[in-house]
Design a protein around this ligand. Structure first.
Ligand SMILES: [Zn+2]
Ligand SMILES: [Zn+2]
Length: 278
């Protein structure tokens, strides 16, 4: 369907991340952190033929984002797109995959009817990226696994119509929880993950006017509760008078819902053409 632009999360969190994006006739997967069989099943549950994907974008090499990518590409045929650092970390050059395309800050990638832009993220991986997927004048921003909000990320997200962002942990739960101190330090570091409060500050101070939908993803099962993440984000939106923004919190299986940016673009203004004729 021309003009359709929507996304559906197939997995979220440490058990595996993957988000399907459909725009016009183009389909891309952002991250493939589930095994190839589960990925194929969840695509089929969404009514999507796994062989119809145009590309698999990888944010970084960590297992919960990339472990199914190579096997999935070999079986179903999409090319992989990621940063050069992620490709090196995954050893893509030595894999018999259909191919990989570099994408990075300042090096947008066109795939079918979408253009993919990338923003560098502060995270303890080789060269991690956030993505902005553009189609027909609208934009979807996707960022998980980052330790803090950077100016380029806030700027890139300001022009997005819908966002998927991680809301990884509640600081109190993390500090009081069972993780070893070294792991707590990693999560809390500026190259770790963002907390509910970090997301709340962004929603209050950085969210762009055109954004209508925010999906909170990659919640820690140990160190967060969906209600807590939702409450912090909802409070921040309410404080800014942005209660029109739809807020969703994801479960590990993604929840099985489509999130729409647009069903169809308005027809190019015919009224203007007529005005010109007269
Ligand atoms: Zn992750
Ligand atoms: Zn990671």
């Amino acid at each position: 369907m021309k003009g359709r632009f929507r996304f559906r999360v197939l997995g979220s969190g440490s058990t595996g991340n993957a988000t399907l994006v459909e725009a016009g006739r183009t389909r891309v997967l952002i991250d493939a952190g589930l095994g190839p069989r589960i990925l194929a099943e969840r695509l089929q549950d969404a009514g999507v033929d796994p062989a119809s994907l145009d590309a698999v974008l990888l944010s970084h090499e960590h297992n919960d984002h990339a472990k199914g990518a190579v096997a999935f590409a070999k079986k179903w045929g999409p090319r992989i797109a990621c940063s050069a650092g992620t490709a090196r970390a995954l050893g893509l050059a030595a894999e018999a995959i259909p191919g990989w395309d570099p994408v990075g800050p300042g090096a947008a990638l066109a795939v079918g009817e979408v253009v993919i832009e990338a923003v560098a993220l502060p995270h303890d991986a080789a060269q991690p990226l956030a993505f902005v997927v553009r189609h027909a004048g609208r934009a979807f921003g996707h960022a998980t696994d980052f330790g803090h909000w950077t100016r380029p990320l806030v700027d890139a997200f300001r022009a997005c119509d819908a966002l998927l962002v991680e809301s990884n942990y509640d600081p109190g739960m993390l500090k009081a929880g069972p993780y070893p101190w070294s792991l707590k330090e990693r999560i809390l570091s500026p190259r770790g993950h963002v907390s509910n409060a970090d997301v709340g500050r962004f929603l209050a101070d950085g969210l762009g006017e055109r954004c209508r939908s925010v999906v909170l993803a990659h919640l820690s099962q140990q160190n967060n509760h969906p209600e807590l993440a939702w409450q912090v984000a909802e409070t921040a939106l309410a404080r800014r008078g942005r209660s029109e923004v739809e807020l969703h919190v994801l479960t590990a299986d993604g929840g099985g819902a489509w999130h729409r940016l647009a069903d169809a673009e308005p027809e190019p203004a015919r009224a203007h053409e007529q005005l010109r004729l007269f």
